[in-house]
Ligand binder design. Structure first.
Ligand SMILES: Nc1ncnc2c1ncn2[C@@H]1O[C@H](COP(=O)(O)OP(=O)(O)O)[C@@H](O)[C@H]1O
Ligand SMILES: [Mg+2]
Length: 259
């Protein structure tokens, strides 16, 4: 039973996005997006290139407020407080961490120094040794390679570093932009296994994933984005893969909301 069912209509969602629009200059990259996430939810965002998936995550973590040319409109509430006007640092502090597409690691620094970079907030400092230990337990490969320079590691290992760095801030919600893109099948298996362990600790997740089957197997809810809007949402198993694929390609079906 999900938290939402347990709570009936009551209970505050962990994340609530209402009527969100995001702009790059004059270009409106996403519009009228509303969604809710509860603790324990894993939301998969599915959609073609350019659908606005990354922009949605960038909006969530404050990066659209940051550039001179981009901005958002609408309301984002997280853990009971409004966050849509906050800076990226304040949003990490509030409990949301992003694993960005392309990872954006410090390539010439060691694994451990990259992990430590994720714990820069004052509230994280005291817990660093415990947190590092938890991350090394989750990713034993990283423990073995803690002193290795990141640029010498495989793509999958680098993805583990990026996930570990995000976890160093002890997030309540972790968002992955292109969780498995470009990784070998064996490494994708391993990353999804790790995702399962992260979720078991009670962390909610949003995953952007190109592999529809993987996304549906891992998520508790999904939404399909097309040209900046959500055109289909539901729970895996409740909506057929044909309908999801049709929505992905914009095959003219109506919005289907499943609560
Ligand atoms: N930095 C940017 N400046 C201008 N337009 C952008 C920028 N980033 C993305 N866009 C545009 O916003 C739209 C959504 O892009 P994006 O969120 O990256 O989609 P997705 O992640 O689903 O591939 C696209 O039309 C893209 O060209
Ligand atoms: Mg993207």
């Amino acid at each position: 039973m999900s938290t939402s069912e347990a709570d009936g209509n009551g209970g505050t969602p962990l994340l609530r996005i209402s009527s969100l629009a995001a702009y790059y200059g004059e270009l409106r990259a996403i519009y009228d997006i509303s969604l809710e996430l509860r603790q324990g939810d894993v939301l998969a965002i599915i959609g073609a290139n350019g659908a606005g998936k990354s922009t949605l995550l960038r909006s969530l973590v404050g990066l659209m407020n940051h550039g001179a040319r981009s901005h958002i409109r609408g309301l984002i509430e997280f853990d009971g407080k409004r966050i849509d006007k906050l800076s990226p640092d304040q949003i990490v502090d509030a409990g949301i961490a992003l694993v960005p597409e392309g990872r954006r690691l410090f390539a010439r620094m060691s694994v451990q120094d990259n992990l430590l970079a994720g714990a820069y907030l004052p509230r994280c400092r005291a817990g660093i040794p415990t947190r590092l230990e938890q991350i090394y337990s989750l990713f034993p490969r990283l423990r073995e390679r803690r002193d290795q320079v990141v640029s010498q590691m495989s793509g999958g290992e680098q993805q583990m570093v990026a996930i570990g760095r995000a976890l160093m801030s002890s997030p309540k919600l972790i968002a992955f932009d292109e969780l498995s893109l470009g990784l070998s099948p064996a490494m994708v298996d391993e990353i999804y296994h790790n995702l399962g362990s992260i979720i078991e600790t009670g962390t909610a997740a949003i995953i952007i994933e190109q592999d529809l089957k993987r996304a549906l197997a891992a998520c508790t809810r999904f939404c399909v984005m097309l040209e900046g809007s959500i055109v289909l949402e539901g729970k895996p198993g409740e909506v057929g893969e044909d309908a999801i694929t049709a929505a992905y390609f914009g095959a003219g079906i109506g919005t289907h909301h499943v609560q």
